[in-house]
Each structure stands twice: as structure tokens, then as C-alpha cells.
Design a protein around this ligand. Structure first.
Ligand SMILES: NC(=O)c1ccc[n+]([C@@H]2O[C@H](COP(=O)([O-])OP(=O)(O)OC[C@H]3O[C@@H](n4cnc5c(N)ncnc54)[C@H](O)[C@@H]3O)[C@@H](O)[C@H]2O)c1
Length: 246
């Protein structure tokens, strides 16, 4: 990753782990998120190895904001070789109890931000004739978890968006892939896993016998972004301890 210029969208559990992994591997990294406290915490993280990262505080729930984040990251870094999209939300309810605002929020943050950021980064990378992107899908794109209507739909849509962007930009040497984690311990799953019996139930479904950690995805993300993966595009790599085998 030495010399590569990377924008990570999302400073949550998975985004922060990827930002640290990229910085430790020698990339120059800028991270965008709405949460100023998370960005500050990430900047102060000793695991960055003194490399330091740039931050952009922005509510990314709109096309203009996503495009501005991509443009200012590219200006700050002096180009853009890598995009990691790790923004996402969930709200678990039965479909019949899901109001429009919940549907809109989940689809906007999980899927539309990927489209807006991917499109903006794709324009820059195609022009440069190189680049790699990784988006966060989920086992929910494949499995029909109850109470995950909008979330599952957003991740299924993301998988298809990744494939089409990959196909359109392959000739420009721009790769587009996704990683799909199983249940991983972050802010996104904390409350759900804290419900009585939930952690045990979720863990029982994983052949590897444990839930994921943010660090579990970093190797897969760095590989897909690396030159060693330059002929891999349009793929969804499950990082789930075997969850999708059950
Ligand atoms: N944690 C899991 O179990 C898991 C499993 C599969 C897929 N994923 C996916 O991985 C991605 C990252 O998830 P995570 O576990 O790190 O979640 P997280 O909640 O820890 O992080 C999500 C980040 O998105 C940011 N965000 C939310 N709304 C925003 C907005 N309007 N503008 C800018 N930033 C905003 C939050 O501030 C947060 O930092 C998501 O797409 C999620 O769906 C997570």
C-alpha cells in the first residue's frame, strides 16, 4: 500500500480497523464520518504508528456530500487510488412495522452513499487509469434474516451495484469488490448482541464457533485493494467464519 492514497468512508468498527490497516501498510489515509468524536478517537489511536490520518467530518446522506468528500480527499491526498466504503446503519423490525423513514434512511446510507461515492471515485480513477474499491456487503445480502428487510435489500442491491461498476470500469484498471462479514462486534451490533441469549444464539450459527472482530476483515480488504488482486473484480468475499455455509 506504500504511496497509495486512500479514502475510507465510515470511522466505525470496521472502517476504523481498515483505516489503521491501510495506514500501517504505508498508505496515506483520509477518513470521512459524521461522528466527530469517532474521528478524533481514530486520529489519536497509537496503532496508526505515528503515520497520522486526515479526517473529513460530514453527514454523507446525500449525493453532494459524498461527492464533496471524494473530491476533498483527492485534493488533500494528491489523488485517489483506494476507496473503502464502510458507512452503514440498521434498524431491526418486521417488514409490516417498518415505516418509510426507516426504509429510506437504511437504503440511503447503505446503498445510495455507495453509489454516490463509487460514482465520484470511479470518475477520478478511470481518468487516472488505476484504482481499487472495496464496499461492505453482509451475510444479509444472501441470507433471509427476519427483521432485516431494508438492510438485506440494501446489501443485495450493493452486491449488484459492485458487479456493474466492476464490469464498466475493468478496462480502465479499476477494480471494485465487496467483503461480506458475518456478525461482527461493533457499535452496529452492540445493542442487539446485548439482548438476553442473543450472543449465544448468533455464535451457535457460526461454524468457526465465534463472532467476528473488526480485525478479521482487514486482511481480506487489504488483499482486495492490493496489486496482488489486480485481476479480481466484481466479487463478494464472505468473511464470516462459515456462517453462510449453514
Ligand atoms: N458489524 C457487523 O456485524 C457488520 C456485518 C456485516 C456488514 N457490516 C457492514 O459494515 C459497514 C460498517 O459497519 P460497522 O460495523 O463498522 O458499523 P459502525 O456502526 O461501527 O460504523 C458505521 C459508521 O457509519 C457512520 N455513519 C452513519 N451515518 C452516517 C452519515 N449520515 N454520514 C456519515 N457517516 C455516517 C457512523 O458514524 C459510524 O461511524 C456497514 O456497511 C455495515 O452494514 C457490518
Amino acid at each position: 500500500m506504500s504511496g497509495r492514497k486512500a479514502l475510507v468512508m465510515g470511522a466505525g468498527g470496521l472502517g476504523a480497523a481498515c483505516a489503521k490497516g491501510l495506514a500501517q501498510a504505508g498508505a496515506s489515509v483520509t477518513v470521512a464520518d459524521v461522528d466527530a468524536a469517532r474521528l478524533k478517537e481514530l486520529q489519536a489511536d497509537p496503532h496508526l504508528g505515528g503515520a497520522g490520518i486526515g479526517v473529513i467530518r460530514a453527514d454523507l446522506a446525500g449525493a453532494a456530500a459524498c461527492e464533496a468528500a471524494v473530491t476533498s480527499a483527492a485534493a488533500e491526498l494528491g489523488g485517489l487510488d483506494v476507496l473503502v466504503h464502510a458507512v452503514g446503519v440498521n434498524d431491526r423490525r418486521p417488514v409490516v412495522d417498518t415505516p418509510d423513514e426507516v426504509w429510506d434512511r437504511i437504503v440511503t446510507l447503505n446503498l445510495s452513499t455507495a453509489f454516490w461515492a463509487g460514482r465520484a471515485a470511479g470518475r477520478l480513477m478511470r481518468e487516472a487509469g488505476r484504482g481499487s474499491m472495496v464496499f461492505f456487503s453482509s451475510v444479509s445480502s444472501q441470507l433471509a434474516h427476519p427483521h432485516h428487510g431494508p438492510y438485506a435489500a440494501s446489501k443485495g442491491g450493493l452486491d449488484q451495484l459492485v458487479k456493474v461498476m466492476a464490469r464498466e470500469w475493468a478496462a480502465d484498471r479499476v477494480t471494485v469488490n465487496a467483503v461480506a462479514p458475518g456478525y461482527t462486534e461493533t457499535e452496529l451490533t452492540r445493542d442487539y448482541l446485548a439482548r438476553p441469549g442473543m450472543r449465544e444464539e448468533m455464535t451457535r450459527l457460526v461454524p468457526a464457533g465465534r463472532l467476528g472482530t473488526p480485525e478479521d476483515v482487514v486482511g481480506a480488504v487489504l488483499f482486495l485493494l492490493s496489486r496482488r488482486a489486480c485481476f479480481i473484480t466484481g466479487q463478494v468475499l464472505y468473511v464470516d467464519g462459515g456462517r453462510t455455509l449453514v
